[in-house]
Design a protein around this ligand. Structure first.
Ligand code: 6R9
Length: 654
């Protein structure tokens, strides 16, 4: 481990919050003290910010690890917490969703209106026989009805499984079957990249194409009209939202469910094999989603206009579009489309139009904005922004600096938030009114969260060293299991550090001399070149720091002499492509990495490509690039946002 190069850790730039920001910040230094003195008491306080139909008396039950129970004898209704309680507090006219369609149509939905819609839909669900514990698949575009659907399912104590609208019929079928969903809620289609992308046809196919597969569990399909595209109709099974929802009664009293009642299943992709259905429950999940949304995003619900760009098909969309902000009574932007449609300034246009104050997005988006250039955001008024967030991947220091200068006007603090589908909510992040931020480091565990970096044996590596990221104490929004597969849950996350009882996150990390955490990418992304451990993140950051580079992905490809060799795939900014030869660029980049990090990190090959393979949530699928780098046939590409990209890359390298 000691041979790992610590290029990133030489970062010396620091940004303290302004006194004005610190003075009114939601998250304060006392939170750390309070949590350190009494962790469970601290979480109990956070949980009491919610409305409990029946208060809990017990906080954590960890008598059967790794199966935790939080607030187990308490009862609540998740949808009541996100809706009715705000209306009852007189906030029915506050806007919950500032919805913007991709073509430019828009709609503001108040808490009163959203509550009404959810109550009606809850009545429809009950009429269709959906009961506590039943599973409902949601396959929808980013429209207000998608948020309403999640909340209505939660309201009746059922379990939703949101499947990203860009996934294929095949992926949808596997997820519907694994969860045994009784109902699907979908739309005819939604707008994506300037045209209607059909959804209902994929549902039809997923339900029809049974083959020798499991028996069909789905009884009904509710369809929102959005795309206006032609679809087929099954009279026995299909119902139009606009026929059934407005006709249903607007009266619906939210029932209380136990804190550990399952709330949702969300499938994670990435590695090979069957997707894992990550299971989350109600009380602990909502507690941590709401708390972190307040303190990390510094949410002042009365005045802020918040925008998290994640799709609801991703965990970030669950915790920081639907549950966190609505539990907090926030006003938020919900955007249907992609950030480059119909033009590359779309995101900035939306920020200007609604006066967005808090903006939370992914490094991949930031790097693609950088690729287009700062002259695009410069055409818009972004002065309303007072806080920026990042999630999904390590953010390279250069991208961080660009984000701060060009989008944040050199004043908005940036929170780099580390967490996972499995953790349910943010675990590592600066508190924007307290922490002095460092470009590229996610920094510190949140109050009430216990994180460490350990070696293969589970020993703390200490400051200045690298190892594996672990979570050493249970936390409220932790996954409660993998749907239908308790053994896999134990094996995947708990077996490696069974002796210590640590949760193994699968990420490599380093602690710098200040004790700040630097995420180094998934452990399977760590390369071993001539016995030196190198992280993909580090080399990618060096490449992105070169003026010609917009994006980079690095993989370790097997090599006869060095064991593994560094292979880089790089997207070059247009202006450089026009002025330089690809060979010349590749040579300069190889040299550059050698100078920045050291000769050992110099890529064996630098391939200049037009695109990189990414999942829908913006993570680079290095596994596929490794296939190309090692001359193998490219593996399973079904979870890619753009399934054609691998054939393009392979063709470019021939
Ligand atoms: C929320 C989300 C989880 C994996 C995680 C890690 C990477 C997420 C990060 C980050 C560095 C950050 N990751 N946030 N790496 N810095 N701020 O992304 O969930 O889709 O389950 O992915 O994403 O590798 O293990 P999910």
């Amino acid at each position: 481990m000691s041979s790992q190069i610590d290029h990133l850790l030489t970062e010396t730039r620091r940004f303290a919050p302004s006194p004005e920001f610190a003075a009114s910040a939601v998250g304060t230094a006392e939170l750390y003290e309070r949590a350190a003195a009494d962790r469970e008491g601290f979480w109990a306080d956070q949980a009491r910010e919610l409305h409990w139909h029946k208060p809990f008396s017990q906080v954590l039950d960890w008598s059967n690890p790794p199966f935790a129970e939080w607030f187990a004898d308490g009862e609540l209704n998740v949808a009541y917490n996100c809706l009715d309680r705000h209306v009852e507090a007189g906030l029915g006219d506050r806007v919950a969703l500032l919805w913007e369609g991709e073509p430019g149509d828009d709609r503001a939905v108040t808490y009163g209106e959203l509550t009404d819609e959810v109550k009606r839909l809850a009545n429809v669900l009950t009429e269709l026989g959906i009961e506590q514990g039943d599973r409902v698949a949601i396959y929808m575009p980013m429209i207000p009805e998608a948020v309403a659907a999640m909340l209505a399912v939660a309201r009746v104590g059922a379990v939703h499984s949101v499947v990203f609208g860009g996934f294929s019929a095949d992926s949808l079928r596997t997820r519907i079957d694994d969860a045994g969903a009784k109902l699907v809620i979908t739309a005819d289609g939604g707008y994506r990249k300037g045209k209607v992308s059909p959804l209902k046809p994929a549902v039809d196919q997923a339900l029809a194409d049974r083959g020798a597969g499991p028996q069909l569990t789905v009884e009904h399909v509710i369809v929102v009209r959005r795309g206006g595209n032609d679809i087929e109709w099954n009279d026995e099974r299909d119902l139009w939202w606009h026929d059934v929802v407005p006709a249903a009664s607007p009266d619906h009293e939210a029932q209380a469910f136990p804190a550990e009642n399952p709330l949702f299943i969300l499938y994670t992709s990435g590695t090979t094999g069957k997707p894992k259905g990550i299971l989350h429950t109600s009380g602990g999940y909502l507690t941590q989603a709401a708390f972190t949304n307040r303190v990390v995003h510094d949410l002042h619900a009365e005045t802020d206009v918040y925008w998290c760009t994640a799709d609801i098909g991703w965990v970030t969309g669950h915790s920081y579009v639907t549950y966190g902000p609505l539990a907090n009574g926030a006003t938020q932007v919900l955007y249907e489309g992609t950030p480059d449609t119909p033009h590359s300034g779309r995101s900035w246009e939306i920020i200007q139009k609604y006066g967005v104050t808090i903006y939370y997005t992914a490094p991949t988006a930031i790097r693609s904005f950088m690729k287009v250039g700062r002259q695009v955001p410069a055409q818009y008024d972004l002065s309303s922004i007072r806080l920026l967030g990042s999630v999904g991947e390590p953010i390279n220091p250069e991208a961080w600096m660009w984000y701060r200068k060009v989008i944040g006007g050199k004043k908005a603090p940036i929170v780099d938030t580390w967490w996972q589908t499995e953790t349910g909510a943010i675990m590592i992040s600066a508190l924007p009114g307290v922490t002095e931020t460092k470009p590229g480091s996610a920094q510190v565990a949140l109050p009430g969260i216990s994180i460490d970096v350990v070696d293969e044996e589970g020993n703390r590596v200490g400051e200045g060293n690298g190892g594996l990221l672990v979570i050493t104490e249970p936390w409220p929004s932790m996954l409660r299991g993998i749907w239908g597969d308790p053994d896999r849950f134990v094996e995947t996350y708990w077996e490696k550090f069974q002796k210590q009882g640590y949760y193994f996150a699968g990420d490599g990390a380093r602690l710098d001399d200040d004790g700040d955490i630097w995420l180094m990418g998934r452990v399977d992304d760590v390369m071993n070149v001539s016995g030196h451990r190198l992280s993909t993140t580090e080399i990618e950051s060096a490449l992105v720091a070169h003026e010609s580079t917009a994006e980079a992905a690095v993989v370790g490809a097997s090599d006869e002499t060095t064991g593994q060799a560094v292979v880089a795939f790089v997207i070059i900014k247009q202006s450089y492509l026009d002025a330089h030869s690809p060979d010349g660029l590749a040579t300069s980049l190889r040299q550059w990495v050698g100078e920045q990090i050291g000769p050992i990190a110099r890529p064996r090959d630098v391939y200049i490509v037009g695109e990189l393979p990414k999942t829908r949530s913006g993570k680079i699928m290095r596994r596929l690039l490794r296939d190309v780098a090692e001359g193998r046939e490219v593996g399973d590409t079904t979870t890619l946002a753009d399934t054609a990209v691998m054939s393009v890359i392979s063709a470019q390298l021939k």
